[in-house]
Design a protein around this ligand. Structure first.
Ligand SMILES: NC(=O)c1ccc[n+]([C@@H]2O[C@H](COP(=O)([O-])OP(=O)(O)OC[C@H]3O[C@@H](n4cnc5c(N)ncnc54)[C@H](OP(=O)(O)O)[C@@H]3O)[C@@H](O)[C@H]2O)c1
Length: 248
């Protein structure tokens, strides 16, 4: 294949942005999706500097019309969709479960779960017809362990992992692979918002055996691997990238 076509949701910051840069540097044509036009156009311009035929498309993953149009416009522009990184996510409103509400639940699940569902649905629509493709959902170590003060986010990422495995089973006979990457603590705006104070962030980092916070590029490289031919027999799996945090 010439240049694979890669779609990344929530692609303007943090892990999504690092994935966009990593795929562009590997020679992919990249569609970055996000909610802020100016930042999106600037990122697409930056990606073109790596030789990528990059495009920005405005899409809120909670809205099915946006997600449908995102996939359709990708096909109109590039004719195919080879890789999708479903990265858009929110920490919601962290705090004890006794403080959670229907609103805090919806604020988290609408992006993390409904957003992933709509993305996978419309990506599979074109990938299954194409007979090939690789979908990578961004979960979290909280997708397969508990986290005090993060119950709703934890529940949402457990849902992402269950959905990933189910979609993999449904898509396998069409040649489409569906996996997830589960990051540990990664240096992004979300980690700062989650921890709230430098003391809490430092305490969290002490729990990482490799002794450092992850870089968004660590997650980007895992996504590039799962998208590649080197991972051609891997589907329905959750690849944890956490510096050993959940090994104990
Ligand atoms: N950082 C960590 O320690 C960590 C650990 C485990 C998993 N993760 C996961 O990694 C993914 C990326 O997070 P990050 O750490 O890179 O944080 P981030 O920089 O805050 O990135 C989240 C991105 O998602 C976008 N987004 C949020 N809601 C959206 C919506 N409804 N529609 C479209 N885009 C939306 C945000 O765009 P706006 O700027 O428009 O809000 C932002 O660009 C998330 O799924 C997160 O749960 C992160």
């Amino acid at each position: 294949m010439s240049s694979p076509v890669v779609l990344i949701t929530g692609g303007l910051t943090g892990i999504g942005r690092a994935a966009a840069v990593a795929f562009a540097k590997k020679g992919a044509n990249v569609v970055v999706a996000g909610r802020r036009d100016e930042a999106g156009k600037a990122l697409a311009e930056e990606l073109r500097g790596f030789g990528s035929e990059a495009e920005f498309i405005n899409a809120d993953v909670r809205k099915e019309d946006d997600v449908r149009a995102l996939v359709d416009r990708t096909i109109e522009r590039f004719g195919r969709l080879d890789v999708a990184v479903n990265n858009a996510g929110t920490e919601g409103r962290p705090g004890p479960i006794t403080d959670q509400t229907a609103e805090s639940y919806a604020a988290t699940f609408d992006t993390n779960v409904l957003g992933t569902l709509l993305s996978v649905k419309h990506e599979l629509r074109v990938m299954q017809a194409q007979g090939s493709g690789s979908i990578i959902n961004i979960s979290s170590t909280y997708g397969h362990e508990g986290g005090a003060g993060a119950s709703v986010y934890v529940a949402s990422k457990h849902a992402v992992e269950g959905m990933t495995k189910s979609a993999a089973l449904e898509a396998a006979n069409s040649g489409v692979r569906v996996n997830a990457v589960a990051p540990g603590p990664i240096e992004t705006g979300m980690l700062d918002r989650f921890t709230g104070t430098s003391e809490r962030k430092a305490a969290l980092l002490k729990t990482v055996p490799l002794g450092r916070v992850g870089d968004p590029a660590d997650i980007a490289r895992a996504a590039v691997f799962l998208a590649s031919e080197d991972a051609s027999f891997i589907t329905g799996q959750i690849l944890t990238v956490d510096g050993g945090k959940t090994a104990g």
